[in-house]
Write a protein that binds this ligand. Structure first.
Ligand code: DP6
Length: 352
C-alpha cells in the first residue's frame, strides 16, 4: 500500500430482514442456537450498507473509523459494530490492517420496531466477505461463499444468518434437514409446494416504542428457564412438521405451527425470570379479530410476532384482496402508510 488513507475499495450491499416461522429463542457458546429455526426472507424491509476500506497503520485505533446511520453519526451502533469486528479478527485477519467507514440506511423507519439487526448484520457480512476476496485479488461469487457469509452474519446477530438465503432460510442442525448446520443457514433444501409461492407479510406497526428487552437479553432468559428443554424439543418437532407441510402444501398445518410458535415465544417471555410482557392490548385485539374473521371467511391468513407487539400477517398473494377487505372493515387505521409495512417473501440480498 503506497499512500496512507487512500481508499482501497468501496462496496454496497442491500440485504433484507426476515420473519421467523419457527423461532430462534435461546443460544449458547459463540452465537450457536439452542434450536433450529426457519424463516421467510423478506423483500421490502432491508438495510443498505456501504463500506469503504482504507489501510490502517496503527493497530491501536478502532477498526470502525466512522459509522453513519441514515446519514448521521451513530456512536452506539459504531461501538456494537466495533465489538463485532474485533471478535471476528481471528476469522477475518485482513481486518487488522484496515479501517472501515460504514454507512447504513434502512428502507423502513427505525422507530417502526422492526428488528433491523438481521438486515444490518447480513448486509455488513456481505461487504466483509466480498471485501476480503477482492482485496486478495480474488473474484467474489455469493454462491461459493454463501455459508461463510451466513456464518459471519450469525456472529453479528443470530437471525441475520437466515437473511442471506432465500426465499426460506433454515438455521440450526436438524436430523431431517440435509445440510443443516448450527454455524450457518441454508435455503429450504426440498421442493416447495406451489401453494407457498408468492406469500405476503403485512407488518402492522402497533407500537414504535423501544423494546423492553433486547433480543440478546431475551435469549439469556432461556438459560435457566423451567421449560427450556421442552421448548427446544417442541421447536425441533415444529421444524419437522412445518417443512413437511411446506412440501405437501398443507397451509392449515403451516398456519397452526406459525401461530403456536409466536405465542410460545411470548409465553416463554412472560413466564421467565424476570418476566416480560411485550404483547399490547392492541396486539391481542388484532389476533382475536383475525381468528374470528378467518373462521367465517375461510381465508388462509395467519399471524406471527417478533419479540415485540407488532403483528405480521402472512398470506398467499392470491388472497390479498380478501385480507384488504377485512382490514378496511376491522383495522382501517393500519392502512395508513406509517402504520404498515407491505412486505412479501423475497429473493435475498443484492449487490448495489
Ligand atoms: C424473536 O437474532 O435478534 O426474532 O442473536 O442476540 O442478535 P441475537 O438475537 P436476534 O434474535 C431474534 C429472535 C426472534 C426470533 C427469530 O428471529 O428467530
Amino acid at each position: 500500500m503506497e499512500v496512507d488513507n487512500e481508499a482501497l475499495l468501496e462496496m454496497t450491499w442491500r440485504s433484507p430482514s426476515n420473519i421467523a416461522l419457527v423461532k430462534y429463542w435461546g443460544k449458547h457458546g459463540r452465537q450457536l442456537p439452542s434450536n433450529p429455526s426457519i424463516s421467510f426472507t423478506l423483500s421490502r424491509a432491508f438495510t443498505e450498507t456501504t463500506v469503504l476500506f482504507t489501510p490502517r497503520r496503527d493497530s491501536a485505533t478502532p477498526i470502525v473509523k466512522s459509522f453513519l446511520f441514515e446519514g448521521k453519526t451513530n456512536q452506539a451502533f459504531a461501538r456494537r459494530i466495533e465489538t463485532f469486528l474485533q471478535q471476528i479478527t481471528d476469522k477475518l485477519p485482513f481486518l487488522q490492517q484496515l479501517q472501515l467507514d460504514i454507512s447504513s440506511v434502512n428502507s423502513f423507519p427505525h422507530s417502526a420496531g422492526i428488528a433491523s439487526s438481521a438486515s444490518a448484520m447480513s448486509a455488513l457480512a456481505l461487504c466483509l466477505v466480498e471485501g476480503r476476496q477482492r482485496l486478495k485479488g480474488d473474484s467474489f461469487d455469493l454462491e461459493d461463499t454463501i455459508n461463510e457469509v451466513s456464518e459471519f452474519a450469525r456472529l453479528g446477530s443470530g437471525s441475520a444468518s437466515r437473511s442471506v438465503v432465500a426465499p426460506i432460510g433454515i438455521w440450526g442442525a436438524h436430523p431431517d434437514i440435509p445440510g443443516s448446520s448450527d454455524r450457518y443457514a441454508i435455503s429450504f433444501p426440498f421442493e416447495l409446494h406451489s401453494s407457498f409461492d408468492n406469500w405476503k407479510d403485512s407488518i402492522l406497526l402497533v407500537s414504535d416504542e423501544v423494546k423492553a428487552v433486547s433480543s440478546s437479553a431475551g435469549h439469556q432468559l432461556m438459560k435457566n428457564h423451567p421449560f427450556a428443554r421442552t421448548r427446544f424439543k417442541q421447536a425441533r418437532a415444529n421444524i419437522r412438521r412445518i417443512t413437511v407441510a411446506m412440501q405437501q402444501g398443507d397451509i392449515g398445518a403451516f398456519g397452526t405451527i406459525v401461530e403456536e410458535e409466536a405465542l410460545t415465544l411470548h409465553g416463554l417471555m412472560m413466564n421467565s425470570r424476570p418476566s416480560f410482557m411485550l404483547l399490547l392490548p392492541e396486539t391481542v385485539r388484532i389476533i382475536q379479530s383475525l381468528r374470528r374473521w378467518r373462521r367465517q371467511a375461510d381465508v388462509p391468513v395467519y399471524f406471527t410476532l417478533d419479540a415485540g407487539p407488532n403483528v405480521h400477517l402472512l398470506y398467499p398473494s392470491t388472497h390479498a384482496d380478501r385480507v384488504l377487505q377485512w382490514m378496511e372493515k376491522e383495522l382501517p387505521e393500519y392502512l395508513q402508510s406509517d402504520k404498515i409495512v407491505r412486505d412479501e417473501v423475497g429473493m435475498g440480498p443484492v449487490k448495489v
